[in-house]
Design a protein around this ligand. Structure first.
Ligand code: FUC
Length: 807
């Protein structure tokens, strides 16, 4: 699978443009670094090269990918706010109807009651908005901002000791090689504190750096380029919607000369080293209804000026401190040992050597955390389908926010892998959907509250999209649950009061209006209702996923209302719950039903497994609490098979972990690595889609620690392949931090740092033989043990050590 650029005479004979001789670990002076992706060749300068081999860096708002070409370096870059479509396009209307459709909802409901399931096409025809022509004209798509291109005229085609790498623990990418006896190095990072992308190009011979820098942008916009005092400014507006954009690249040379060229490029000649500082901005603002803010020029200039004034060393140390403060919180050791092979080879050989396999799994795990750190920082938009990285003008699925699994999955690892603050963009985004979502709720359904459908953009698109698969008014409810889960993990009462609770309450207002009484059994059901994207029939009433999401919504709302002292709301939620169909039924072949009617096809292998929402991310079904339903869930999951897109496999890791089958969860992880992971370790649907990276990190964590049932479950789904290991810094609901060590598949020690104090209950099979609980200083702590659980009182911030007897 590996494409290797040819070295030596053969390449020359073929007239290859570029030849690199790879560095061995020893030559390059690198010990095997557990958190480094590395390659012995550049990424090809093509869209496919970008997708499969470029290396991503990002600061949340901006992203960039490193290609590492020797003579022609390319740094493709993004800014999450650069989108086509939206209010800048004529007749954009947030996905709402272009004209009133009196009685549309009632007519559809009447048909469903009469005919049972009806075609999803009919629902969409009645309720969906008119198609965009040409497609996505109004909805828009996430854009590539452009490329920084560096042309090195003096470098030869053939170089030695080539290495391209990304150290995810430092958040720094690098390229190095030797040409004509000179060692050339390039370093890249995206700084969140400084709000810019930074590069340093150097050589170990004085005066060894000569190149011309330019910024290239795609054709779908106006563009002017100018260079003054080493600053390249490229600006213009998107043709689609007149969104103003601007990129500035400051070139700072150490030694040599620097020339501003009249074509907007900058040439550096004979420098010892050069620092590049790249900033971007648009006139987007996350404010309904215009989503337009000020021209980006002034703020962008100030940002790039400030970064340039700080100097490289300061920028790098501030970045490293900022990155480490997040990345270093979790350590995972599965006993892996990284062989001295490039990461693409490591991936290709996965499954052949246990120590190397474990090393790749550790790397893949932390890569999920790295990608979240790089693509989701407070104050920016949430990570989209590709995080923050996109090279195309028309990316797959617009690189948008799909709300029927994908955006949710992006944030599954945030809380439990100790990156809770990185979920702020999700919270702000969901909060921001309320205003447009109120209009949609009124217009389509005559309902109070707010609603969004299966996919949205950065311009408040809350209507139902123009595809029959995509009627999904439950997305807002699902997203609200994730806000409440942030509270459960952090116990942040301010967040509950100010953000989560108002969102949940308003979501529920919609459902109070939307839910109808099913004449067949008197239960409250969603109608129309559908299991996301799956055929053949039906948009009927009370599909399992709709009901399960709503059970969680009203259960959590009741709890939240009690916490904030809103007794009226708690009672109203309780009233709904008393009548709500909870969406849990075992069908004729022993399956957990996907539909209210027992019509599931055992041969259906669709990638969405929506009716297992109750297993994950939900908590209605578990082998611990509802063994029969858990068995039924397994029947359904087995019928779906282990196949699927990248994100589907990732979800299945989470399912099997929650079903306490570690070996099966691990098998799905192996499948994902072998069949749904690209050379740069990005998840592939195909094509590249980032949710699977986040979903896999979440699933691996669920194998080690679960806390969704009010008990902190230690190593609930440990696979045989992970016989020995340790992990630290995981978060459990209740604001606890947990570390674990195990040998021969058995817990040897747990450490717990209590957040707010209170009583904790831990579970492990290893506790059955007895247990010892002490403070970290060894003072005994009073506890009660019961079978596989141990319960004790904690004080806020207290550190505890829990050791099974015989360990
Ligand atoms: C959902 C999935 C597709 C894809 C898209 C972005 O609709 O069904 O597989 O992931 O989102």
């Amino acid at each position: 699978m590996k494409k290797r650029l040819l070295a030596g005479p053969i390449a020359l004979a073929l007239g290859a443009a570029l030849t690199v001789v790879p560095a061995t670990q020893a030559q390059a002076g690198h010990a095997a670094q557990p958190y480094t992706l590395w390659y012995d060749e550049p990424a090809p300068d093509s869209n496919e090269g970008w997708e499969t081999r470029s290396l991503p860096i990002g600061n949340g708002a901006m992203g960039a990918t490193v290609f590492g070409g020797v003579q022609a370096e390319r740094l493709q870059f993004n800014d999450k706010t650069l989108w086509t479509g939206g209010p800048g396009v004529s007749d954009y209307n947030y996905g709402n109807w272009d004209a009133p459709r009196p009685g549309a909802l009632e007519a559809i409901r009447e048909r469903i009651w009469k005919e049972g399931g009806i075609s999803p096409n009919d629902v969409l025809a009645a309720l969906g908005h008119k198609s965009d022509t040409p497609r996505h004209r109004r909805f828009g798509a996430y854009q590539s901002f452009g490329d920084v291109r560096l042309a090195f005229p003096g470098l030869p085609a053939q170089v030695a000791d080539y290495r391209r790498e990304l150290d995810i623990s430092r958040g720094v990418a690098g390229v190095s090689f030797t040409a004509g006896g000179v060692r050339h190095t390039r370093e890249y990072f995206a700084s969140a504190p400084a709000g810019v992308v930074v590069a340093r190009v150097a050589a170990d011979r004085p005066g060894g750096v000569t190149f011309t820098a330019r910024i290239a942008v795609p054709a779908n916009r106006s563009a002017t380029a100018a260079a003054t005092e080493g600053r390249i400014t490229v600006k213009g507006a998107l043709s689609s919607n007149a969104m103003a954009y601007e990129a500035q690249l400051q070139v700072l040379n150490q030694g040599g000369t620097r020339t501003d060229n009249s074509d907007g490029t900058v040439t550096v000649t004979g420098a010892d080293s050069v620092v590049l500082i790249l900033g971007t901005g648009t006139d987007y603002a996350p404010d309904y209804p215009t989503y337009k803010g000020e021209d980006p020029h002034a703020k962008l200039t100030a940002r790039v000026d400030a970064a340039a004034a700080g100097g490289y060393a300061k920028l790098l140390s501030a970045h490293r401190a900022d990155h480490a403060a997040l990345f270093d919180r979790v350590r995972l050791d599965l006993g892996g040992s990284l062989p001295a092979v490039p990461t693409d080879d490591l991936l290709a050989r996965y499954g052949t050597a246990p120590a190397a396999d474990r090393a790749l799994e550790q790397l893949f795990y932390q890569y999920g955390r790295y990608l979240l750190i790089a693509s989701s920082r407070p104050g920016s938009l949430p990570a989209n389908l590709q995080g923050v990285w996109n090279v195309l003008e028309a990316p797959p699925w617009q690189s948008d926010y799909h709300l029927n699994i994908n955006l949710q999955m992006n944030y599954w690892p945030a809380e439990m892998t100790n990156l809770a603050e990185l979920a702020e963009p999700l919270h702000a985004y969901v909060d921001g959907l309320r205003e447009p979502g109120r209009v949609t709720a009124k217009q389509m359904f005559g309902a109070d509250g707010w609603v969004a459908h299966h996919a949205s953009n950065i311009f408040g698109h809350t209507g139902a999209w123009d595809h029959p698969a995509y009627f999904f008014p439950e997305s807002g409810a699902w997203l609200s649950l994730q806000l409440y889960d942030h509270y459960r993990f952090t116990l942040d009462k301010q967040f509950l009061k100010r953000t989560a609770y108002p969102v949940m309450k308003e979501t529920a207002e919609f459902w109070h209006d939307f839910l109808q009484t099913d004449p067949r059994d008197g239960r409250l059901v969603a109608i129309p209702s559908r299991s996301p994207e799956i055929g053949p029939t039906t948009a009927g009433a009370g599909a399992a996923m709709s009901q399960q999401i709503l059970w969680h919504l009203f259960t959590d709302l009741r709890e939240a209302a009690e916490l904030v002292g809103d007794r009226k709301q708690a009672a109203a939620a309780g009233d709904v719950l008393a009548k709500l169909d909870p969406g849990l039924r075992v069908g004729r072949w022993g399956q957990l039903q996907e539909w209210k009617e027992d019509i599931d096809d055992p041969a259906e292998t669709h990638r969405h497994v929506s009716h297992l929402f109750s297993v994950h991310p939900g908590r209605q079904v578990s082998p611990r609490t509802t063994p029969e339903l858990a068995e039924a869930a397994k029947v359904s999951l087995n019928a779906r098979t282990d196949a699927g897109t990248g994100w589907s496999k990732a979800w299945k890791i989470n399912f099997w972990a929650r079903l306490l089958d570690g070996d099966r969860a691990h098998k799905l992880l192996s499948d994902q690595l072998q069949t749904s992971t690209l050379a740069n370790l990005w998840d592939t649907h195909p094509p590249f889609q980032i949710d699977g990276n986040f979903g896999a990190t979440s699933g691996m964590t669920e194998m080690l620690l679960q806390s969704h049932l009010g008990v902190i479950d230690l190593l609930p789904a440990l696979p045989a392949a992970w016989a020995d290991g340790r992990v630290s810094g995981l978060r459990a609901r209740g604001a606890h931090t947990v570390g674990l060590a195990w040998t021969s598949g058995r817990l040897s020690e747990a450490r717990l740092t209590a957040g707010d104090g209170g009583t904790v209950k831990l579970r492990s099979d290893a506790f059955r033989g007895g247990v010892r609980v002490t403070t970290d200083r060894g003072r005994p702590v009073a506890y009660t043990a019961d079978g596989d659980t141990v319960t004790f009182r904690t004080r806020p911030g207290g550190d505890y050590r829990i050791v099974p007897a015989g360990r």
